[in-house]
Design a protein around this ligand. Structure first.
Ligand code: SF4
Length: 436
């Protein structure tokens, strides 16, 4: 165990991890839709420095995200493509400036750092990217690639850098003789190992791994993940590990954060999250993991509907437009079964999932021939009449306004603590099903 590894285990908590290394507090990152790469510079701000509405449209790529990563742990960050994972990673590294919020590294606000202090912090925080091919310069020999960050930070002399590069190549599972080869001579897995050696060359504390094994064959993924685990232990590293694949996240993480449309929806210890998923989105992701049973048809279930636009995300809970558990509006007196039927009808009307337009056939299909009583039944009957008149848009609007928009899911942003079933780590889930 290196000195760093020993230091990382000082002051460990009850589950074996140290003090907070990285603290993300209420971080948001917006991009204006009408400008280019550096458009964040022109965000209008009020006297407190917060962005103000100007009538421009903003892509809310990351919104109000908070979490802590403790020394020596791996926090897995998972979500569908485009949910904001990579934008969040780049914002944490300050490759992108946060629109709001603070990022603390070793207790210091990164926004307060400049000059030499910022340079040193950049050395302590490294990143590994998804594509091992394009992140390696094909014209440079492997040894020089690994040495480059050391040279940039003025570490060691030429001889020392070469020795360290060769040592690191061995540590990541390559032959030190590979020092003089070019990247094209290596497989995808080996190239990612070169990236690992490069990131470790400056002895970082924290490594952000952005889909580092997604481009690799499944058989190679486990080998690279195991190497990353070994290196973490040996060098006392802390990882933020981003992936869209829950199997990969399960392999490497200690805790898991689930992201949907720019927000964290669930955060828990790994076992707790996999055994006691408490957000319908996490449950849907888990249900979509392929089943290794040749008799099964692969995926057990897939998420319905498209991810909404991050320019105008849904009010309240952002997952509500796809959620199979949307909560019934309080003003209707509906049994659970009646609400299940109304909810399914509403979802299928919105997606025009059926062809029947005859009112009796629609009633039979969704309500066993009998719509619910009371004002909820009046809305359903009117929507069935709309469909009979081929006014699907009117039917959709009527149902959405009367049911979906009146639900607490549309009216309040959820944020709850869940009693963990496994371990004592904090478990949070952004879902109103966890209201008292
Ligand atoms: S708050 Fe409502 S819409 Fe959101 S996940 Fe929970 S039940 Fe579904």
């Amino acid at each position: 165990m290196t000195e760093r590894a020993a230091a990382a285990t000082e002051g460990v908590d009850s589950v074996g991890f140290g003090d907070p290394l990285v603290e993300i507090q209420n971080v948001s990152k917006y991009f204006p839709t009408d400008e280019g790469l550096f458009s964040w510079l022109s965000v209008n701000r009020d006297a407190d420095g917060l962005p103000v509405e100007t009538g421009r449209e903003w892509v809310k790529a990351v919104e109000d995200v908070s979490f802590t990563i403790r020394k020596g742990e791996t926090l897995g960050l998972v979500g569908e493509s485009g949910c904001g994972k990579s934008t969040l990673a780049r914002t944490i590294l300050r490759l992108l400036e946060p629109t709001e919020g603070s990022i603390y590294f070793k207790g210091r606000d990164l926004a307060d750092l400049s000059g030499e202090k910022l340079r040193n912090t950049r050395k302590d925080v490294q990143m590994i990217f998804q594509d091992p091919q394009s992140s390696l310069d094909p014209r440079m020999k492997v040894g020089k690639i690994v040495e480059e960050p050391m040279q940039a930070h003025g570490l060691l002399d030429a001889e020392g850098r070469a020795a360290r590069a060769q040592e690191l190549l061995e540590k990541v599972g390559l032959d030190p003789q590979h020092y003089n080869r070019y990247p094209h001579a290596f497989s995808g897995g080996q190239r990612q190992r070169i990236n690992l050696a490069r990131a470790l060359s400056v002895n970082p504390d924290f490594v952000v791994c952005d889909e580092p094994v997604s481009a690799l064959d499944v058989s190679i993924q486990a080998q690279v993940l195991n190497t990353m685990r070994d290196l973490q232990e040996e060098f006392g590293l802390t990882y933020l590990f981003i992936a869209h694949d829950l199997s990969v996240i399960r392999h490497i993480s200690d805790r898991v954060a689930v992201m949907y449309l720019g927000q964290l929806v669930e955060l828990a210890d790994k076992r707790e999250l996999f055994e006691n998923p408490s957000h319908p989105y996490t449950q849907a992701l888990l249900d979509s993991i392929p089943v290794p049973d040749p008799r099964a048809d692969g995926r057990r279930g897939v998420l319905e509907g498209d991810v909404p636009s991050p320019i105008q995300p849904p009010s309240g809970c952002r997952f509500r437009t796809r959620c199979p558990k949307l909560i019934a509006p309080a003003e209707y007196d509906l049994s659970d079964e009646a609400w299940d039927r109304v909810r399914a009808f509403m979802r299928h009307v919105k997606r025009r999932d059926f062809t029947e337009t005859d009112p009796e056939a629609v009633r039979r299909r969704y309500f066993d021939g009998h719509v619910p009583g009371g004002s909820a039944g009046d809305v359903v009957s009117a929507a069935i009449d709309d469909i009979a008149a081929d006014d699907w848009d009117d039917a959709t609007e009527r149902l959405q306004e009367a049911f979906a928009e009146q639900s607490v899911c549309a009216r309040e942003e959820p944020d709850y603590e869940v009693d963990p079933e496994y371990g004592t780590d904090r478990h949070t889930a952004a879902c109103h099903l966890h209201r008292e």
